[in-house]
Design a binder for this molecule. Sequence first.
Ligand code: AMP
Ligand code: GLY
Length: 425
Amino acid sequence: MNILVVGGGGREHAIIQKLKEDKRAEKIFALPGNGGIAADAVCLGGSATDIPGVIAAAKRCAADFVVVAPDDPLVLGMVDALEAEGFACFGPRKNAAVIEGSKAFSKELMKKYGIPTAAYEIFTDMDRALTYVETCPLPAVVKADGLALGKGVLICETREAAREAVRSMMEGRLFGDSGATVVVEEFLTGPEVSVLSFTDGETAVPMASSMDHKRALDGDQGLNTGGMGTIAPNPCYTPEIAAECMEKIFLPTIRAMQAEGRPFKGCLYFGLMLTPDGPKVIEYNCRFGDPETQVVLPLLESSLLEIMLAISEGRLAETEVRFSEKSACCVILASRGYPEKYEKGFPITLPAAGRDERIYIAGAVERDEKLLTSGGRVLGAVSVAEDLPAAIESAYALADRIHFDNAYCRRDIGRRAMKALEEKK
Ligand code: AMP
Ligand code: GLY
C-alpha cells in the first residue's frame, strides 16, 4: 500500500514509524514531513492545510490510504475533500472535527448530553462578556472558541485579568477570528489525564493514558507551550476511573456525536481533569495529541495500520488493539527561548537509538545531509521501560546524548506522575 500522512511534526514521525511496522505499508509519503521524517518517508513539502495541494499529492503518489493528523486540515474539511475524490482516509470529517474546532460547540454538546465538564457561559458580544466577568467566580477561565495552537486559554485570577483577557480576545483578536466567540468557564482542580481513543463512530477503544507537561519551565512555571514532555500510562488514571470515564464520558460522547449526525471516525482525544467531583472534560481534540502520541504509540503492540483501516471501514469492534504493560517517557528538546523568540539553524547530532529508544523529529530541516534545527520544539527523546521511573531515567539518558546549540528541556518530566505513584502506595 502507498500511504500519505498529512502533517510534519513529532506526532507524525511517531505515526509513520508505527505504520511502517506493518508489512503492507510499502511506501509512505509525508506532506510536508520534515528533515527527520525524511529518514522514514518520502517528504513532499507543501502545506498541510492546502486542500487542492494535498489532493494533487495523493493522486501523484497513488495513495491507497491517507492519514490526516493535524487539527487545522481536519477542521477545514480535508477528509471530506479527499473522500469526495475517492481516497480512503483516517480522520474525522469536518462536521465531527468541530468537536475541537469550536469550544462553544463542544460545551453545548456536553450540556445537552449530560457529559461532565466545567460550568460555562458563551459570549459573542464583548459587552455581555465584560459584564459577566464582573461577578463570575474567580479564577475565571477565558477560552477563544476556535483553534489557537493550544494557547487560546487564559486563567484569570483577578477581575482585571479577566476583563483584559476578554478584551484581548474579542477586540484585540489576540488569537485572530478564533476569539470572535469566547467561552468563560469555571476553574477546575485536580490531576490532568489525556486519553486518546480510537473510534469508528460506534465503538470506542481507549489507548494507554498519558500526562502532558504544557508549561515551558520546571515546576509547571512559565508560558504554555505545545507540550514539553509526556509519560504513559498516567498513574492517576486507575482502572476504576477508567471504567467511570468509559461510562460517563467516552461512550456518551461517541453516541452524542452519532445522534447529532456527526459520527466521529478517527482518534478522539479526551483532555480530562480528575476533580474532587469526578472526572470532567477540559477539552476534546479531534486528533492524536502531540507529544502524547510519542509515548502512546510505542506502547501499542497491535498494527496501527490495521486499526486505522478498520476504523475507516467501520469494523473497529472486531479488531485487536493491544497495549504493552510497560511505561514510556518523552522529553522534548526545544530551542532555548521557545515558545517566544528563539534561534534556529543549528546542526543536530543524533546518537544511534537503542531498541527501546525512539527519537521523533519535530522541527528540523535537512541541508547537505546535515540535520538543522528549524522550530521551537525540535525533537522528542522517548524511552520505553518496565516501569515509569526507569522510562524517565532512560529518556533523560537518551536526551543527554543528543546535541545542538541552545538546546533546552525541562528536567522534571514525569515528576508529578512519580509523586502520584508514591501517594498510591
Ligand atoms: P485547553 O487548551 O482547553 O486544553 O486548556 C489548556 C490548559 O488550560 C489545560 O491543559 C488546563 O491545564 C488549563 N485549563 C483549561 N480549562 C481549565 C479549567 N476549566 N479549569 C482549570 N484549568 C483549565
Ligand atoms: N498535547 C496537547 C495537544 O495535542 O493538544
